[in-house]
Ligand binder design. Structure first.
Ligand SMILES: Nc1ncnc2c1ncn2[C@@H]1O[C@H](COP(=O)(O)OP(=O)(O)O)[C@@H](O)[C@H]1O
Ligand SMILES: [Mg+2]
Length: 317
């Protein structure tokens, strides 16, 4: 029987989901797409179960594609699959670590990965001090949890920065004041890391005078030759956040590359088109390697336990 793969996704027609299905099927997997919000989780003293429309979900691997708006519920489902001993790309912890820009920044800088100077401001009265700490205005004000560039602003004056921080605190958001990397205005490099290797890279370029290079804000993609240094930083970042699949965004600053953020469900469309690399195929290959490693370990364990029981038998006599 073919090994079974569950892709947790709310959009079966999305490019990334379709490509993952296509390549995993080519690599010999029987693939099912399930909306994570339609699953029922049972916690019990035997590792728990997951049900879908009354039937237990059984599979040999899971790829979660958990959108930002359903992070908490999605992560709980992923954690349950992990409890049941099923390999997941990525783990609940990996997803959680990467989703929060403050947490990810702390973990990365703790391990020596270069990141932009960033301050989390708890009270807006401290905004001025935070601005000087990051080198003055212009500076970037962003929400600690956000995506598609929607919670990211370039503040040209201290007053504007204070206003933005104040508004975010009022809305119960956690604002970050960040050093603006002007030399990288509207440009960044995304490295796609799969199983500890950079498999593809692209440059993202913002539309017009926009400083955010997000695809959702009209940004375009270009080919880029990634340097070994950039590749090493990207691989380290994915490893520190414990991500098997990661889209690592890097800014090229005067003092070297800086990791801006790490995405645990990176989109595949832009990167496959820009790099002409079969990224979904690389993910499917990595799944196969993982499955083989698990089977080899199981076989070794089985033969060791039969050897030791034979030993016990001999010993008993
Ligand atoms: N400190 C910064 N200096 C220069 N450009 C930045 C900085 N922070 C963000 N940007 C630009 O804004 C984009 C979105 O910021 P990011 O932190 O990745 O938020 P999101 O999670 O919403 O994508 C980045 O891809 C980059 O182009
Ligand atoms: Mg981003």
């Amino acid at each position: 029987m073919d090994p079974r793969l569950v892709i947790l996704s709310r959009g079966s027609r999305l490019y990334s989901t379709k490509r993952l299905v296509e390549e995993a099927e080519k690599a010999g997997w029987a693939v099912r797409i399930i909306d994570p919000l339609s699953l029922t989780v049972v916690i019990d003293d035997r590792g728990g179960r997951i049900f879908h429309r009354g039937w237990p979900v059984e599979c040999e691997a899971v790829i979660p594609r958990i959108g930002y708006s359903i992070t908490r519920r999605g992560v709980a489902i992923v954690r349950q699959f992990e409890h049941m001993g099923i390999p997941v790309l990525n783990t609940a912890d990996g997803i959680t670590r990467s989703r929060d820009k403050l947490v990810a920044g702390q973990l990365l800088s703790d391990e020596g990965v270069p990141v932009p100077i960033t301050a989390h401001v708890g009270g807006w009265e401290d905004t001025n001090r935070a601005i000087s700490r990051v080198g003055g205005t212009p500076c970037v004000i962003k929400s600690s949890e956000g995506t598609h560039g929607s919670g990211v602003f370039l503040a040209h004056t201290d007053q504007h920065a204070r206003q933005l921080v104040f508004q975010m605190i009022e809305r119960d958001m956690r604002p970050l004041v960040q050093e603006y990397i002007g030399e990288s205005h509207g440009r960044d490099v995304r490295a796609l890391v799969v199983g500890g290797k950079v498999v593809a890279a692209m440059r993202r370029v913002a539309a017009g005078s926009e400083f955010r290079s997000n695809f959702h804000l009209g940004g375009s993609v270009e080919t880029v030759e990634i340097t070994p240094k950039l590749a090493q930083i990207a691989v380290n970042a994915a490893k520190i956040l414990e991500l098997d699949i990661a889209g690592v965004d890097l800014l090229e600053s005067q003092r070297g590359p800086l990791v801006l953020e790490v995405n645990s469900s990176p989109g595949l469309e832009g990167i496959e088109k820009a790099s002409r690399v079969n990224v979904a195929g690389a993910v499917a290959n990595f799944l196969n390697e993982k499955l083989q490693a698990i089977e080899a370990e199981k076989n070794q364990f089985d033969s060791e336990s039969s050897l030791s029981s034979a030993g016990d038998f001999t010993h008993a006599f």
